[in-house]
Design a protein. Structure first.
Length: 430
């Protein structure tokens, strides 16, 4: 039994728990994580139901409280996952130590056998054989040497296997350390989102003074500004003339872009299978001239991307490797009327992707990204009736970032602007 202790001055390690005890602790944490995941799932289902409730101040406050409760549960879940990962790292370190001792034992045993084989009774091997006085003693010595050779081969094989297993365990330890770092980033982001959501609630109460009439006036004013700003941007984009070289773009249906969210599915959230899609990040709004767009949304200009259901604080990933062209927050210039927090990424395949309504951003302008790298967290910043991710795909040559002086809001706003023919259907490339 190996017991864990701290390193001694002579480099020897003793460990305070056995592997079996570590496994018991890991199993316990795993069960706690499972229970928290089930509780978090129920809270998210409640938020989805509440999103369809009427647009009153009390309903909105209830939605915000549910979101805060869900974030608290997610934070507790992440903390348990980190505890589990730390235990796994400690258990792996113990396995590495045990395997290291095994390698050292095999190496020492091999050295003794080789030394015995190389020198017999202080003389060279040939001399040891010639010195035998009888034929039977000669054969006995040869059999002994043959046995030593077999032991050498076995020891070499065992040493090689032990060293390979040691390298695998070291790689596993490194992988778990990376996973722990990622969980720490997630925890930090979720805590930040929780504080931001609490701030949003306080700001809402300050603006409305907890009065329904003021809340409805705020909604009306936001919708008015949203429509006017959308027309401002549309007018700017109509004046941009770009001839897009289609040959430089990936073929539609090529699947060159990865999913920007976990549990993503390219199907509508609405329909006969709605009950089975509660835990899926499905599509709440498609690209282009949708029924919702024809109803008057987007000033009847069509939807310039897709909307994907996503809980507040859910990880958002880069759909492909690329460079962060820019980041921004339109709420700074005019609250609740546009993209909110957004990230624009330029990819080597001549596509650019936009991620909007985020609750937090974890990348910087000019940063190089790998496919699937975390860039922030989903949310409901800007103009959003509920938590989701707005995802747009551009032909890179047609999009740029511009700071406009909004006549509607009376403030400068920085956001991606593109020629109307530069917007592409994301589903053609996901």
């Amino acid at each position: 039994m190996y017991m864990i202790v701290v390193s001694r001055g002579n480099g020897e390690f003793v460990f305070a728990r056995t592997l079996e005890e570590y496994q018991q602790e890991i199993t316990k944490r795993h069960e706690e994580i499972h229970n928290l995941e089930e509780e978090a799932k129920e809270l998210r289902a409640g938020i989805l139901i509440q999103q369809h409730a009427g647009k009153t101040l009390q309903q909105e406050l209830k939605r915000i409280d549910q979101i805060i409760g869900s974030l608290k549960k997610d934070i507790a879940l992440t903390e348990r996952q980190m505890q589990e990962k730390e235990l796994e790292i400690q258990a792996t370190n113990l396995e590495i130590w045990i395997k290291g001792k095994e390698v050292a034992t095999h190496r020492m045993r091999l050295g003794k056998i080789v030394k015995t084989l190389a020198v017999k009774e202080g003389r060279p091997l040939l001399g040891a054989l010639v010195s035998q006085k009888t034929l039977s003693s000669l054969f006995g010595e040869m059999e002994h040497l043959n046995r030593l050779q077999k032991e050498i081969l076995l020891s070499v094989r065992l040493l090689k296997t032990a060293k390979q297993e040691l390298e695998i365990k070291k790689a596993n330890a490194d992988e778990r350390k990376n996973e722990l770092e990622a969980l720490n980033d997630t925890l930090h982001a979720r805590r930040g989102t929780e504080e931001q959501t609490k701030g949003d609630k306080q700001q809402l109460l300050t603006i409305t003074k907890n009065q329904e009439k003021r809340y409805q006036q705020m909604l009306t004013e936001q919708e008015k500004k949203r429509r006017a700003l959308q027309e401002e941007v549309a007018e700017i984009e109509r004046q941009i003339r770009v001839v897009i070289d289609q040959s430089r773009l990936p073929h539609p249906g090529s699947g060159v872009l990865g999913f920007p969210l976990p549990n993503f599915r390219k199907i509508s959230c609405w329909g006969s299978d709605e009950e089975n899609l509660k835990d899926v990040n499905c599509l709440t709004q498609f690209f282009g001239d949708t029924d919702f767009a024809r109803s008057g949304a987007y000033n009847r200009k069509g939807h310039n991307g897709i909307d994907v259901r996503a809980d507040i604080g859910e990880e958002v990933w880069a759909a492909e490797a690329g460079i962060v062209e820019g980041i921004g927050d339109t709420d700074v210039g005019c609250r609740g009327v546009s993209y909110g927090k957004w990230v624009l990424i330029r990819h080597p395949n001549n596509l650019s992707t936009l991620y909007a309504h985020m609750s937090g951003i974890s990348v910087a302008q000019g940063q190089s990204l790998s496919r699937g790298q975390r860039i922030g967290a989903s949310g409901k910043s800007g103009y959003a009736t509920g938590p989701h991710l707005h995802f747009t795909v551009f032909a890179t040559q047609a999009v740029h970032i511009e700071t406009i002086q909004s006549k509607v809001c009376g403030t400068p706003m920085t956001l991606p602007i593109a020629a109307t023919n530069g917007y592409l259907n994301p589903l053609d490339y996901l």
